[in-house]
Every structure is written in structure tokens, then in C-alpha cells.
Design a protein around this ligand. Structure first.
Ligand code: DC
Length: 228
């Protein structure tokens, strides 16, 4: 019999933009052989599809319809929207900002809920975003809230963009990050916040390997604890 989805373990990793959630989640998923959900990509896809369709980013009913009918495929690290590879397109700052705007709308969040929960497949899932531990997977085995100072995050984003040959201004990036943090945290529906039962980790002075090791330790402790 297939395993019921609610018995499949989930590691929920939430935190603000550029806190390192993506890299950490991918590495943890790879180590454990788990599936990986980048929930921010779904909000970015809605923003991109809306802009392509000429919709305003506040047209809730139309955007919710778009979100529930999104023709998207994930595979081999690529994201295909309407048969077009948009893996790089959705990483732009415009899509990031657009995603943060459409994410304020309850209709859009509701439309994406079951799509996110469908990623919960055996042997397990690492899910990253803003409301993984609070709303989408409230019964996650381990919840982590990953933070870093806005300055450290802006610096990381600046380096990433430079490496891709994209010109960037660190002060503008810092200002955009703060704006995004403010909107993501202040919205009334599923805001960015630490779940009461989440472990908090400030990644500012830590290397990726150290954080991954810490998450794996915490996960294994949880699993061992639930088996005694
Ligand atoms: O993680 P990211 O930068 O790709 O996310 C882009 C935006 O999407 C982010 O500013 C807020 C929104 N988002 C959200 O509201 N809930 C999530 N679970 C993931 C992302």
C-alpha cells in the first residue's frame, strides 16, 4: 500500500530572502535522498505568468485562477512554464518583488496550498519558504527558522549576481531586501514568522557545511526521539 502522505517526514525551512534557505534545503534533501520543494518558485511563477498575461499584481480573483491552473513542470533542476524553460527568468529581482506582492493575496496562497502539499512524497520532503512550518506543513518533523542580518543577506545576493555577470548595486539590494522583508512579515495572511515549535538559526557567521550538519543533527535527534 502507498504510504499515506501525512506519515511522510517533512523538514520545513523558513526564513527571509537570501537567508541561505535554498542552498541549505537542497543540500539537506540531497544528503537524505528526500524530495525538495522551493515554494518561493511557485509565487515567482505566478508573478511571471501574471506579467506575461498583462494582469495587475493586485487582481486577486484573476491571479488566484492563474495560480490554480498554472501549467508548470519541475524536473532535473529546471522549471518549465507553459512549455518554456523559465528557470533563470524567475530569479530576476522583478519576479522576486512581484512574487512578494502576489503572495499577499489570500486567494493566491489558497490556490497554491494543495500544489505544495502534493510534494510530500516518500521517503521525505525538505520544503523551504515563509510559511512551511506555520501553514503548509504544520506537522513537520523538524521546523527551522533560518535568519541572517539584512547586510549579510544583501552581500550574499550581490556576490551571487556578480558571479552570474549581472550588474548590481549593494545599497539598492539592501533596500529591496528590507522592503520585501517588511511586506512578507507584515501581511495578515500566512506572514513570515517563526513557528512556535521551530528551531532558530542565525546563519550570519556560519558556513554552509556547518549549517547543513546542524540541520541533519537536529533532524536525526527528532527521529530518534520519536522512536523511543
Ligand atoms: O524565497 P523567494 O525569494 O524565492 O520568495 C519570493 C517571494 O515569494 C517572497 O518575497 C515571498 C513569497 N513567498 C511566500 O509568501 N511564501 C512562501 N512559502 C514562499 C515565498
Amino acid at each position: 500500500m502507498p504510504e499515506t502522505t501525512t506519515t511522510v517526514p517533512v523538514i520545513a525551512i523558513d526564513g527571509p530572502s537570501a537567508s541561505g534557505k535554498g542552498t541549505i534545503s537542497e543540500r539537506v534533501a540531497e544528503t537524505l535522498g528526500f524530495h525538495y520543494l522551493d515554494s518561493g518558485a511557485l509565487y515567482r511563477l505566478v508573478a511571471l505568468a501574471a506579467m506575461q498575461a498583462g494582469l495587475g499584481l493586485d487582481e486577486e480573483a484573476a491571479l488566484a485562477g492563474l495560480a490554480s491552473g498554472l501549467d508548470v513542470r519541475f524536473g532535473g533542476g529546471d522549471i518549465i512554464l507553459n512549455n518554456k524553460n523559465v528557470t533563470d527568468d524567475i530569479r530576476s529581482e522583478i519576479c522576486g518583488m512581484g512574487a512578494s506582492r502576489v503572495a499577499v493575496l489570500p486567494g493566491v496562497r489558497q490556490a497554491l496550498l494543495s500544489r505544495q502539499q502534493a510534494f510530500r512524497q516518500a521517503p521525505g520532503l525538505v520544503a523551504e519558504g515563509r510559511d512551511m512550518g506555520t501553514v503548509v506543513f504544520p506537522d513537520a518533523t523538524l521546523k527551522l527558522f533560518l535568519t541572517a542580518s539584512a547586510e549579510v543577506r544583501a552581500e550574499r545576493r550581490y556576490k551571487q549576481l556578480k558571479e552570474k555577470g549581472i550588474d548590481a548595486n549593494i545599497r539598492t539590494l539592501l533596500q529591496e531586501l528590507r522592503e520585501r522583508d517588511q511586506r512578507d512579515s507584515a501581511r495578515s495572511f500566512a506572514p513570515l514568522q517563526k513557528a512556535v515549535d521551530a528551531r532558530e538559526l542565525d546563519s550570519s557567521g556560519l558556513g554552509i557545511d556547518e549549517i547543513v550538519r546542524q540541520v541533519l543533527d537536529w533532524y536525526r535527534q527528532k527521529v530518534a526521539g520519536s522512536q523511543v
